[in-house]
Design a protein around this ligand. Structure first.
Ligand SMILES: Nc1ncnc2c1ncn2[C@@H]1O[C@H](COP(=O)(O)OP(=O)(O)OP(=O)(O)O)[C@@H](O)[C@H]1O
Ligand SMILES: [Mg+2]
Length: 240
């Protein structure tokens, strides 16, 4: 989306399992200006992650209230400037972070990512159906690792088939609206390699199958992009 000209910020809300700084290739650290935290930038995207505040590869061992406060700080104390899109990468499932995000950013839209596998689909379904209780909107479902294409062009359903559509259909039933399957990203070695190098495939290999699908999904999401400028995030203050 940033490559398509939108102003994008990313909050790595997977506090225990943070991986965004590596995958986006963020090398800088946040700096403090007055009362604000200035987020480092990578590929034109402003990024904040708890990984930038813990030395080395130390684990984050916090209970729910600490997670909530960290998320609140990422949203309230980070200087995001005028953004079109603020993406929050949530951990899998329906834990503390999902609840905090629902409380802190009630107007957020949800994108559900799953794999074709039954077991993953069921987890994703539960996570997505939180929206029924929080009144957040589910924008759609993305099926990752949808298939593997061999060099001879044959496709292999390594993780099975149909999980993405299944999640979209059942969330549609639960939420009483039509939920689209936004895209199907193939399993490709270069996705992993580019991520490990901090060069997202959508930027470095936008014509590969996975890269092109990600670019297509991004432009579809970007089309919805009304500017956040002047829009309240609807944050609720917490006492420190
Ligand atoms: N389509 C793909 N092809 C190849 N590798 C992939 C693909 N998608 C993700 N990966 C790799 O798999 C690893 C895990 O991916 P990622 O962090 O996106 O998963 P996740 O769904 O966020 O995991 P979690 O649910 O634990 O948060 C990363 O190293 C990533 O590069
Ligand atoms: Mg993740």
């Amino acid at each position: 989306m940033a490559a398509q000209g939108l102003k994008v910020g990313v909050v790595d809300a997977d506090i225990y399992g943070f991986s965004i700084p590596r995958m986006l290739g963020v090398s800088g650290s946040p700096t403090q200006v007055d009362d604000f935290i200035m987020p480092p930038t990578a590929h034109g995207v402003k990024v904040i992650s708890v990984g930038m505040f813990v030395p080395g590869n130390q684990p984050v061992v916090w209970r729910g209230p600490m997670l909530h406060r960290a998320l609140n700080q990422f949203l309230a104390d980070v200087y995001w400037g005028d953004l079109d899109i603020l993406l929050l990468d949530l951990p899998p499932g329906t834990g503390d972070v999902a609840i905090s995000v629902a409380q802190l950013v009630p107007s957020a839209d949800i994108i559900v990512v799953t794999t074709p596998q039954q077991a993953a689909a069921e987890v994703a379904e539960r996570a997505g159906s939180i929206a029924a209780q929080t009144h957040q909107r589910v924008v759609g479902v993305i099926e990752n690792m949808a298939y593997f294409e061999a060099p001879d062009g044959s496709r292999h359903a390594i993780f099975g088939e149909g999980g993405g559509q299944q999640v979209a259909d059942s969330l549609g039933r639960i939420l009483g609206t039509s939920i689209p399957l936004l895209g199907q990203i193939p399993l490709e070695q270069s996705v992993r390699e580019c991520g490990d190098e901090g060069n997202p495939i959508a930027v470095t290999q936008p014509t590969s199958k996975a890269g092109a699908e990600l670019v297509r999904i991004a432009s579809e999401l970007a089309r919805r992009g009304t500017s956040l400028a002047g829009k309240k995030l609807g944050l609720s203050p917490v006492s420190h």
